[in-house]
Ligand binder design. Structure first.
Ligand code: 6PG
Length: 515
């Protein structure tokens, strides 16, 4: 080893916990999976002074990487799992960036013969949290510390600073904390990475992040559709609107890239490229997992659910083409019916902002319930801060959520915080007016509409579920409870009661029984 390499090694080991057993074992962390995300994370780690050992199943990729992108950096290659493990300091830190599902289990199995108690495996893919729970339990019995970490920000984020959401074995955290927090994005000097919680908590929070990502994207798409179809805006005009919004309360990565997409022309004919893209949305499943989990936990995360279904409906292109010829509805022919375009855009901005507040409110309601059901301690302020920078949903707005939860960690509902309460009061007129127009002109707005329906439902002291309970009792003797109050004092209280509904006008208290 050259003297400069020796001195670099001593500098690196200053901020790493772990013993160097021999000169070969000098890698601070190993990374398996040299697709773009993996390569970029390695380069990011190397930039922060860590020695990384890179491995890929197709080993020619390792050589290519070492000869090109990794050249001259503190990056070593390994051509087998054994070699990778031999080149790492103890406890070994090995991060997997491979396809979620079977490949993760396969690499864990391949690693196990070469690992010792206390070594750490980190899964940085988009794994489903029940899989992470299972892997965590299995590896605990073998003395291996397992971390499931959300990694968000795409290729660019991985290279320059992602948002990282690690959870799993708490014992692993002191050994990976400095690497993770060094390479993560920073907001106001704070890293967008902190310990999330046990078992699959990190991947759970990443799943909710992705669900919210689906919701944000759907809302932006609905705003675009409204501007295009009702306002008859050109793409340049819409680009200008998104540019303006990106300087206000909606300042976010997704609004910023939408602005750029609006301005982007096909070089062949100088017309907007986005209008030439087939309108069927893909999905890898993380939004669906969020919606399914919300149903499992009984939390009305309606906006993410609608965003997933909107992608499903978009994928039914053939059926939609047929239906568009057969099914009648309002059409705008000719000029836009909107006279005051400035007011129209301002209302739309408010509709988008209010709906976004609802979506995040629902997301945090879900995480609060998950924390209760799965017995995790989730720190909402910490989660909002992790999402404030680096990730796909990063926005100024997440700074407001961080502040709200910092001020009151026990906040029952985000909408109860004065900041969001006031924001919704201000937005409401524009929100309702925008939806009124969308309904009048037949523009589908599943995400905007469900947001308002949720808001109106939440603020309704009384919902029509009394009738629903009566219906259930009528056809299935499912029983109901009676409202408290003086006017009902002749009816049985604190009991589940059933009545013979076909007896018409019978005495409820007499004919009732305990369920
Ligand atoms: C991120 C993203 C990423 C996600 C893709 C694709 O945080 O960097 O959430 O993890 O996988 O955006 O998701 P869909 O294919 O499901 O849209």
């Amino acid at each position: 080893m050259t003297s400069s390499a020796v001195s670099r090694l001593s500098v690196i080991s200053n901020h790493i916990t772990g013993n160097n057993t021999n000169n070969e074992s000098r890698g601070d962390i190993g990374l398996i999976g040299l697709a773009v995300m993996g390569q970029n994370l390695i380069l990011n780690m190397a930039d922060h002074g860590y020695t990384v050992v890179a491995y890929n199943r197709t080993t020619s990729k390792v050589d290519h990487f070492l000869e090109n992108e990794a050249k001259g950096k503190s990056i070593l290659g390994a051509h087998s799992i054994k070699e990778l493990c031999e080149k790492l300091k103890r406890p070994r830190r090995i991060m997997l960036l491979v396809k979620a599902g079977a490949p993760v289990d396969s690499f864990i199995d391949q690693l196990l013969p070469y690992l010792e108690k206390g070594d750490i495996i980190i899964d940085g893919g988009n794994s489903h949290f029940p899989d992470t729970n299972r892997r965590y339990d299995e590896l605990q019995t073998k003395g291996i510390e397992f971390v499931g970490s959300g990694v968000s920000g795409g290729e660019e984020g991985a290279r320059t600073g992602p948002s990282l959401m690690p959870g799993g074995s708490q014992a692993a955290w002191p050994h990976i904390k400095s690497i993770f927090q060094d390479i993560a994005a920073k907001t106001d000097g704070e890293p967008c990475c902190d310990w999330v919680g046990p078992a699959g908590a990190g991947h759970y929070v990443k799943m909710v992040h992705n669900g919210i990502e689906y919701g944000d994207m759907q809302l932006i798409c609905e705003a675009y559709d409204i501007m295009k179809r009702i306002g008859k805006f050109s793409n340049k005009e819409m680009g200008d609107v998104f540019a303006k919004w990106n300087k206000g309360v909606l300042d976010s990565f997704l609004v910023e890239i939408t602005r750029d997409i609006m301005y982007f022309n096909d070089p062949n004919d100088n017309t907007p490229l986005v209008e030439k893209i087939l309108d069927t949305a893909g999905q890898k499943g993380t939004g669906k997992w969020t919606a399914v989990n919300a149903l499992d936990l009984g939390i009305p995360v309606t906006l993410i659910g609608e965003a997933v279904f909107a992608r499903c409906l978009s994928a039914m292109k053939h059926e939609r083409v047929e239906a568009s010829k057969k099914l009648q509805g309002p059409e705008i022919t000719g000029e836009s019916p909107i006279k005051d375009k400035e007011a129209f855009v301002d209302d739309l901005e408010q509709a988008l902002y209010a709906s976004k507040i609802i979506s995040y409110t629902q997301g945090f309601m879900l995480m609060n319930q998950a924390a209760k059901d799965y017995k995790w301690k989730l720190n909402n302020a910490g989660i909002a801060l992790m999402w404030r920078g680096g990730c796909i949903i990063r926005s100024v707005f997440l700074g407001e959520i961080t502040a709200a939860y910092k001020e009151n960690p026990l906040l029952e509902n985000l909408l109860f915080h004065p900041f969001f309460d006031k924001a919704i009061i201000k937005a409401q007129k524009g929100w309702r007016s925008t939806l009124g127009k969308a309904i009048e002109y037949g523009i589908p707005t599943p995400a905007f509409s469900t947001a308002l329906a949720f808001y109106d439902g939440l603020r309704s002291e009384r919902l029509p579920a009394n009738l629903l309970q009566a219906q259930r009792d009528y056809f299935g003797a499912h029983t109901f409870q009676v409202l408290p109050g003086k006017e009902n004092e002749l009816l049985p209280k604190d009991k589940w009661v059933h009545i013979n509904w076909t007896g018409r006008g019978g005495d409820v208290s007499a004919s009732s029984y305990d369920a």
